[in-house]
Design a protein around this ligand. Structure first.
Ligand code: NOJ
Length: 683
């Protein structure tokens, strides 16, 4: 049976049937098991309060954990329930991606829906839906239309995740000034108070678990509060008045996700978060194109030019032409230009109300440059730094995207540099109220921006974003985002640059949500313009990041003159794609090392990227992913024997080997090093 989605995505066999795995244990327990018998969810009511539990391969993964919603007025939805009805169904389809880490994704789960009714006055009805996948579990609340419930406010979501022990967790604290831009801590769960998601944990017996959410829309984002006894509680970022969510029936919450695998590599390969999002809503996707870009960007972070107009202004017509020429010569599809618009001269960090998003500075000829870029076979990438001036941006957004559309600019990078709960919202009382980047007000703003941009056929790359919860499946113009410490920290952070383990942690944590605009590819590692800063990487490692840190808009972040001075590593950056047919993890140890291989969507080439922390390593890479019987040329970009991020970051060797799928390559990685390989079928 064929099943097609509104996007026209290819779906292979979407079957709706009551599977044998969907059984009811007893009148009080309702269970559902994943298609391959890996995960079982059990729902129970205890004295009228809803609980769930998850077992993995017959052993507990999540112990009995509370569910429920606390409402501001009237009876809550957390107790006094009986099960009015329950049903199960199975689902199996394969959908095609517009772009991404793989060209098609199988979405296969068994679902349990429990319909609850309370004996309160008025009675409340609440559905809780569980989807059991072989790579984890999703659950969400659905509040149906019901008498006595129109608009309502949620004061607390009671969802718990009772872990089976005090697992070691990779975490970043929630409610911090600098949003998600921190290095990751590694301690037992009991040792943090709050954490952002994805939160990744490892059990003593090697199971990797990540808790996150999918389809975060019209709701506030979920953080996790540790109770100190290995139980994590959902903690929704509040509005400035303390309410967590302002909503109306009927409504659905985002999915709460629990991904689990034997070892951490499986978390990276899991598509559960995307599968819990709705299919693509953009009919004509011909304008959505992944690609690589250069930009007037690193020079500002190095401090050699300025965003603001003046003697060292970066975004001049002349300088932009230089970047366009460079992009055209080397095959980059985009040229990002920051500092092109009026307003920077009045300051911007947390103060964006004066920005214009349609008026260029007088030394930047927007129309001419946009046209020049298209003539040369590339395109400008627009930039909107809001400085957190949300209402100012909302007033201009539609016009600004329409302008880009008129000029043939197909992508915009947006920015929200502001700190803590200080995004100014004008309330019904006419007063300003400070909101978080991660509360419901901003979740809705980011979404409006993406949907408005889609109307004007503009792709979006968000910096200082809301975390990624897989909305790119529904809105594939939402290409990439920051939401972690990026390369820029290496240029100016006073406490130090990103240590080598940073990029062998984020693929297992932040990136379980989705792509990261890390902006790799710095080849002038010692930053002469910033003598107190440097990149903590070898040259080969910077190349490997193009494979291990996925972004469909992937930057070549360094200056044109630095690439011209380093043609050998630049050859890899020019070749590596930003859109893949297939992705696999070969080696994975969180915080230690990661090897990934990906197949190009447009050719038979495969790419390998491997990175390590501050320790050197020898990893054996079986090439079984290559097509058997085909001989490949492997272009190997590796650390030299004496390479070391600290003492010899430029120790770099490029060599070629002939290989087949039967070979096993030795990947010798220097301390802070890496290796990048392109495999091309030999003639
Ligand atoms: C912070 C962003 O992460 C960075 O990429 C950008 O250059 C500045 N804001 C200015 O918008």
């Amino acid at each position: 049976m064929r099943f097609s989605t509104s996007s026209g995505a290819l779906a292979l066999g979407a079957l709706l049937l009551a599977g044998p795995a969907l059984a009811q244990d007893s009148p009080a327990a309702h269970t559902v098991t994943s298609p391959g018998d890996i995960h079982t969810v059990t729902f129970t009511l205890r004295d009228g309060a809803p609980f769930y539990r998850v077992d993995r391969l017959g052993a507990p993964l999540i112990l009995d954990s509370r569910l429920g919603l606390v409402l501001k007025d009237g009876p809550s939805m957390d107790a006094d329930f009986t099960v009015a009805d329950s049903s199960t169904r199975s689902f199996d389809e394969t959908w095609t991606t517009v772009w991404g880490e793989s060209d098609s994704i199988r979405n296969n789960y068994n679902e349990l829906r429990v319909q609850l009714r309370s004996d309160t006055q008025p009675p409340r009805t609440l559905d809780i839906v569980f989807r059991a996948f072989d790579d984890g579990v999703g659950l969400r609340y659905e509040v149906p239309e019901q008498e006595g419930l129109g608009a309502f406010e949620i004061m607390d979501e009671l969802t718990e995740f009772a872990m089976t022990g005090d697992h070691m967790a990779w975490w970043i604290g929630a409610y911090q000034d600098n949003r998600y831009e921190y290095l990751t801590n590694h301690t037992p769960v009991s040792e943090f108070e709050t954490a952002i998601t994805p939160l990744t944990m490892e059990t003593d017996d090697g199971v990797a678990i990540a808790i996150h959410e999918a389809a975060l829309l019209n709701y506030s984002s979920m953080t996790l509060r540790s109770t100190g006894n290995a139980t994590l509680e959902a903690d929704l970022i509040p509005w400035s008045d303390g309410v967590r969510v302002k909503t109306a029936a009927p409504m659905v919450t985002p999915w709460r996700t629990i991904q689990a695998s034997d070892g951490p590599g499986g978390l990276i390969e899991s598509d559960l978060v995307l599968n819990l999002n709705e299919p693509n809503k953009i009919e004509d996707t011909s304008w959505i194109e992944p690609g690589k870009y250069v930009g007037i960007w690193w020079e500002m972070h190095l401090g050699t030019s300025s965003w603001s107009i003046g003697e060292t202004h970066g975004a001049t017509t002349e300088n932009t032409k230089r970047y366009i020429d460079f992009a055209a010569e080397h095959g980059f599809s985009g040229v990002l230009v920051e500092g092109w618009n009026k307003g920077w001269e009045q300051g911007w960090v947390g103060t964006g109300d004066h920005f214009s998003f349609t008026d260029p500075y007088p030394d930047f000829d927007l129309e001419y440059l946009a046209k020049y870029a298209v003539e040369k076979g590339t395109r400008l990438i627009g930039h909107h730094e809001t400085g957190g001036g949300i209402e100012n941006y909302e007033r201009q957004m539609a016009d600004a995207y329409a302008l880009y559309n008129d000029l043939g600019v197909r992508a915009v990078k947006t920015g929200y540099v502001a700190f803590g709960p200080n995004l100014q919202r004008t309330g019904a009382d006419g007063q300003k109220h400070g909101e978080w980047h991660h509360g419901q007000w901003m979740v809705e703003h980011y979404q409006r921006s993406v949907e408005e941009a889609a109307k004007h056929q503009v792709m979006v790359n968000i910096h200082e974003p809301i975390k990624d919860t897989g909305i790119r499946r529904t809105w594939p113009n939402l290409m990439t985002r920051e939401g972690a410490r990026g390369q820029e920290y290496n240029a100016w952070n006073e406490e130090g640059s990103n240590p080598p383990d940073h990029t062998v942690i984020v693929p297992f944590t932040r990136m379980l949500g989705g792509p990261f605009d890390y902006t790799p590819g710095i080849v002038e590692l010692l930053l002469p313009a910033r003598p107190n800063n440097r990149i903590q990487a070898t040259l080969a490692r910077e190349l490997a990041h193009y494979v291990t840190i996925y972004s469909p808009l992937q930057m070549a972040a360094d200056l044109p003159e630095n690439y011209e001075a380093h043609p050998e590593p630049f050859a890899f950056i020019k070749a590596v794609p930003a859109d893949w047919a297939e992705t696999r993890v070969l080696h994975a140890e969180i915080g230690d090392y990661l090897t990934m291989v990906r197949k190009d969507r447009d050719s038979e080439d495969w790419y390998l990227g491997s990175t390590t922390d501050e320790h050197g390593r020898l990893l054996k890479a079986p090439l079984a992913f290559l097509t058997p019987g085909v001989t490949y040329t492997a272009q190997i970009y590796r650390d030299s024997a004496d390479a070391d991020w600290e003492s010899n970051p430029y120790g770099f060797i490029v060599e070629e080997k002939t290989v087949t799928s039967a070979d096993v390559l030795d990947l010798r990685l220097a301390p802070g090093g890496g290796q990048a390989i392109r495999f091309t079928p030999a003639e």
